[in-house]
Ligand binder design. Structure first.
Ligand SMILES: CC(C)(COP(=O)(O)OP(=O)(O)OC[C@H]1O[C@@H](n2cnc3c(N)ncnc32)[C@H](O)[C@@H]1OP(=O)(O)O)[C@@H](O)C(=O)NCCC(=O)NCCS
Length: 201
């Protein structure tokens, strides 16, 4: 499928491109990203180049139901140009019904609601446009910034799965949570018989 973009209230979600490599390299030096996200450590310029030219691109290559959608979170900078603030992705699992959401922000872009806006935009797209019934989140136990964000966006934390995630070869417990189509529908729209959510007119 062709990569496409989404628009939030504070940010745009657009595909990554090779020009993002330096900024990805810079923000992945952050200790919080290296602690909570399974990026290579140390994080090298080659890792950033592989991400922008391959990892973030190849997921789009599959058919619509299975395509893993990775977007750059871009905020508008003071000069009016989009500025790379982080990443958000949707990984269908199982395809057509559900997707996992993943996200991160550069340290200098945190604390302004950008990730909240990006996650709300991606979740709304998954449920309203792609017809998914459920989006799920998982984070290493102890990642309170990620958990606060998920809860702020309407995810219900449902528990802890033991040895759920492998981070740099080590199994670790994960918090998990979900947001269902009806959680959005109650505010903004309604369920239809085919299990999709339609916005109120
Ligand atoms: C998880 C992560 C993306 C959260 O970033 P964040 O800056 O807290 O998220 P937001 O951009 O949505 O900002 C929300 C914060 O800004 C504040 N804020 C300011 N303006 C806001 C607005 N307009 N809307 C919402 N929140 C706003 C909120 O109060 C909140 O602060 P709080 O958590 O202290 O209450 C970030 O900590 C991160 O990248 N961590 C490392 C990578 C990581 O752990 N990824 C997740 C793996 S599961």
């Amino acid at each position: 499928m062709e990569p496409y973009s989404l628009r939030g209230e504070l940010c745009e979600l657009t595909p990554f491109n090779p020009a993002d490599t330096q900024r990805v390299f810079d923000y992945c030096q952050d200790g919080e990203i290296q602690r909570w996200v399974p990026v290579p450590v140390p994080y090298r310029m080659e890792d950033a180049a592989v991400f922008t030219t391959s990892t973030a691109q190849k997921g789009w290559g599959g058919p619509g139901l299975v395509a893993e959608r990775t977007w750059a979170i871009r905020q508008l900078g003071p000069d009016g140009k989009p500025y790379l603030a982080g990443a958000v992705c949707l990984r269908p699992n199982p395809p057509g019904a559900s997707a996992e959401i993943g996200y991160l922000l550069a340290a200098d872009s945190r604390g302004r609601g950008l990730a909240t806006d990006a996650v709300n935009t991606a979740v709304g797209h998954a449920i309203r446009d792609l017809g998914m019934r459920r989006v799920y989140w998982q984070a290493l136990v102890g990642n309170w910034a990620s958990r606060r964000l998920a809860v702020r966006c309407g995810f219900k934390v449902e528990g802890t799965l033991r040895s759920q995630l492998i981070i740099r070869g080590v199994a670790a417990d994960a918090w998990v949570g979900t947001i269902l189509a009806e959680d959005l529908a109650s505010d903004d729209g309604y369920w239809t018989a085919d299990g999709r959510v339609r916005l109120w007119d």
